[in-house]
Design a protein around this ligand. Sequence first.
Ligand SMILES: Cc1ncc(COP(=O)(O)O)c(C=O)c1O
Length: 377
Amino acid sequence: MAVYLDNAATTPVAPEVLQAMIPYLSEVFGNPSSTHAFGRKARASIEKSRVEIAKCIGATAAEVIFTSGGTEADNQAILSAIRKNGVERIISSKLEHHAILHSLDYVPETVEVDYVRNNELGVLDLAHLEELIKASSKKTLVTIMHANNEVGNVNPIDKIGAICKAHDALFHTDSVQTVGHLPIDVRTTDVDMLSGAAHKFNGPKGIGFLYARKGVKVCNLIHGGAQEKEKRGGTENVAAIVGMATALCNATKALDSHRAHTTELKEYFRAELLKLEPNLAFNGADTKESLYTVLSVNFPAHPRGDMLLFNLDIEGVACSGGSACSSGSNKGSHVLAELKQKNDGPNARFSFNYMNTKAELDTALAVIKKVWCGVSV
Ligand SMILES: Cc1ncc(COP(=O)(O)O)c(C=O)c1O
């Protein structure tokens, strides 16, 4: 039995999400920009989906713009801040996803970029953040992720939002790993922009959204038609939008039960791994303060270490070595490089979803026992 433990990379599409999408890949095929009945039906589904998604995060429909996923939403947030909201300085962290860090490499030279300090567990220094904001009178954007995709650290976005608000800075958070997994309410958190991606909460790939608070101006990255109020040209992916709304509504309704089940899985896996290898270390903040879907494991040095991920894959266990989005690239992880690693052996990120079962974890643990401990079961 193959076991998929790479849910921070992407999650399986939930069966009810697939069912909700199918009509939009068959009989409801109109172009949402057409004014005839076929088009109007597709348009109505898009707008209904927008309302549903907005409701799940406490926003209004007008504050939600559809994108092709998390990367595009992150790019759009940064460029909107610069092009439309007078931002001349950006503060971020070295632990952000490449969707943020690489976008920051391309901001105009006139825009200053600073990074908030983190400690060896990857915890951000909020006093330093405040110092940085106060050090300049330039209009500032703070972009800090809600939870880290590699080690699972959850950043206190309520506190960060309050600091930003107190100093009149804009705040964007990349919530790609937390939308649908942690409660998010933009009415109570001072966040100006927020990115989400459906494939991280059992929706389809290639669709996401940017939330931009009323009053925050959004720039257009894709020129063409007048779709998305001229913020994103191109015929909408109706099936994916409907799928994203269904997935987020389901995830929001079932959040507590999914969280309880998944937390139990993570804690069980962590404890059983320690029984197999007592010298294991875990990357990032205390696992109790980290996202319940992510467990980043640092193995001790061992000759079998080099082949660990390869052997797990051969035996049917899918996990990731660093960031999922760079799996396939052999560059080391920029996030792990920021942290102090206790061991010199390989790192493996196991990430869980409500669809995983304890039986799957037992299968994965038996495989780990075989490939790491050299004990066949
Ligand atoms: C924190 C974070 N931000 C952004 C992205 C990019 O999202 P997408 O793959 O939907 O473009 C990812 C994907 O792994 C992520 O984990």
